[in-house]
Design a protein around this ligand. Sequence first.
Ligand SMILES: Nc1nc2c(ncn2[C@@H]2O[C@H](COP(=O)(O)OP(=O)(O)OP(=O)(O)O)[C@@H](O)[C@H]2O)c(=O)[nH]1
Ligand SMILES: [Mg+2]
Length: 328
Amino acid sequence: MPANLTPEYFEAEKKYRAARTIEEKIAALREMLAVMPKHKGTDKLQADIRAKISKLKKLLAEEKKSGGRRRFIYPRKEGAGQCVLVGPPNVGKSSILAALTKAKPVIAPYPFSTQNYVIGMMPFEDIQIQLIDTPPFVPKKLPFWQIDITRNCDLVLLVADLSTDTLLDDLETTFQALEEHKITLIGKGERGEEIFGPVRKRTLVLANKVDAEGAADRLEILKEFLPDFPIVPVSAVTGEGLEEVKPLIFKELEVIRVYTKEPGHPPDMSDPLILKLGSTILDAAEKIHKDFARKLKYARVWGSSKFDGQRLERTYVLQDKDIVEFHI
Ligand SMILES: Nc1nc2c(ncn2[C@@H]2O[C@H](COP(=O)(O)OP(=O)(O)OP(=O)(O)O)[C@@H](O)[C@H]2O)c(=O)[nH]1
Ligand SMILES: [Mg+2]
């Protein structure tokens, strides 16, 4: 990421990430170009943006040719985080979505049964986490949106199939398909959030079909193959491991829930703010409103503070499930 990018640029980038149609994506990219400082350090980024615009324009022309019938809409991020189910054909991605959410994707004993994305919301304690089922990841076959969604998500759920001896080869093929688009899956370490160029996506591995014969041995082989990844054995059919997956997904999303309260009133426990791990009182206030944050003097915190209702500064780092009372 080049230096000297302005807040205006990052605002435009946010619009790009949130854009739901190809037109909106193009508009956001143009805005990014317009507001970005033009110097040697941003040459590469400018070229990347221009290349992306021309690619999207081609897709738009194709959509127009179809009379708008094939208009693509990107999924809107909802809930505490967006997780994309990624993996080889027939491993049980759709079955996992169906088991964890109310969504009803096509599930079939043959590969390539999923052709579009399918969204489901997974309830976890008092929040919802968004899961997106996608078609299988095979080299030279990924549609543009599948790459975009994977780059843009908060967490990858890589599904492996413990019922087959080709498990590792199949995963290699999926990694290869991702590498073609400069997406590297990582089990730990620094995430890369860049829109262009190589990106590193935090990944939780769901070792599915643990009910199948020989699954226990293959799970050991999988653990050796991916030593740096968190791996959870599950079965979308028997339900084994599915309850354990939910808190792990939440943990990997690296977010916290913060409840707000007004002075003299009980806290609102129904709709927590979702903040990045490490967020401060000021970040929480900003999430409510920029103006509100500017006026903020201090806050009282229940939960992680030394004592209930402790008066704390704006730089105080909040923890999951804290209750915050803002004072302006
Ligand atoms: N034994 C067993 N079979 C499963 C499990 N999960 C899924 N299956 C079966 O595996 C097959 C493929 O399941 P899907 O959910 O369609 O797999 P998918 O990864 O979405 O497949 P594509 O969309 O074609 O890539 C189906 O016959 C499922 O019933 C599981 O936990 N155990
Ligand atoms: Mg499927």
